[in-house]
Design a binder for this molecule. Sequence first.
Ligand SMILES: Cc1ncc(COP(=O)(O)O)c(C=O)c1O
Length: 398
Amino acid sequence: MQLAHVKELEKKYLLGTYARYELLVDRGNGAYLIDKANKRYLDLLAGIGVNSLGYNHPRVKQVLRKQIKKPLHVSNLMYHEYQGRLAQKLCEISGLDRAFFTNSGTESIEGCLKFARAYGRPKFKILSLDQSFHGRTFGALSATGQKQYREQFEPLVPGFEFIAFNDVQDLERKLTDDVCAVLVETIQGEGGIRPLSEEFYKRARELSAEKGALLIVDEIQCGLGRTGCWYAFHRFAPPSDKAMLPDMVASAKPLGLGIPLGAILLSEKVAAAIQVGQHGTTFGGGPLACRASLEYFKILEEEKVLERVSIIGAYFKKRLEELKDLPVVKEVRGEGLMLAVELKISGKEIVKQLLAEGFIINCTHETVLRMLPPFVITEKQIDKFIRALRPVLEAQKL
Ligand SMILES: Cc1ncc(COP(=O)(O)O)c(C=O)c1O
């Protein structure tokens, strides 16, 4: 089937909620996606941060081939051998105490919001940040601090308020005794790759504890190795520093290696507030996804991938910073392999031009070029991308 035919079918039958790239994916290998016409694309977006190990990974294929011979679904009314093991792994790497499995980032956020309210009753007020993104269902959307996503769907869930990004004084003003939880992304993703300051994180942690509120961290985009740590908040609070850890963490994206899987990590204190029957999911934590996920952690540990992400991420950032001499470039931001170039102009046409040249990136917040490449990307591939990016940016007018 050709792209033109696929487009025609979608135009007629699909709800048009996506502005898709002109790319009909056929297969992938390493950091490359290959289309139906055999054109290769260096994928610096990796399924918006899902395909962290790239494509066609031999160990991933092998483990899935084995698991596919067993029941694909086991309901949460029964045991299978992988959920407990995966929960243990997530607790060990994060420093938190328990896990609940979901199918997506949004579902992880929804669970965090419900658990926070169950814990905090009768308090219900939840603070999150301006420019945040937490998902598109009513709870997650109500916590999302971006007007363009919210406006069409109001009235949203009551009880949400927003703090100016990284503004400690605003936090101190709004985090009063009636607040039940504070929700932050350690690095805002859709909001334009904006890292939370250490000062803000630490003050939010201390003040939440003081006021009897919970600190929830959304690590859906920035977690699970992307910044060179297991979780990005570990830069402020290592797993052993119990007092500084968040009370809940929302995780997803690469967790199931492309098979839908999310997780909520909770401290024992929050877990104690949740009883049997208070929350659930049909598909969350299925055997195929959990087994794939266990393999993700094995690969990351055995192949020392986190160290690699730090080194290659620093190299990529340095190469991007060389572009700061160009008039259209405003700023380079990010950690590890979660990087952005903020422009003084719209980035949308630039994304299209790069796609035509065989490079996949994304533009968020109109002016921010976002890069979330797979962890297998090489220095040579980064050099190739920079060689393509520079002339495209040079040709732009302010
Ligand atoms: C920080 C953050 N939170 C929540 C979500 C929603 O996750 P999902 O699309 O898996 O539901 C995303 C998705 O991009 C995200 O980046």
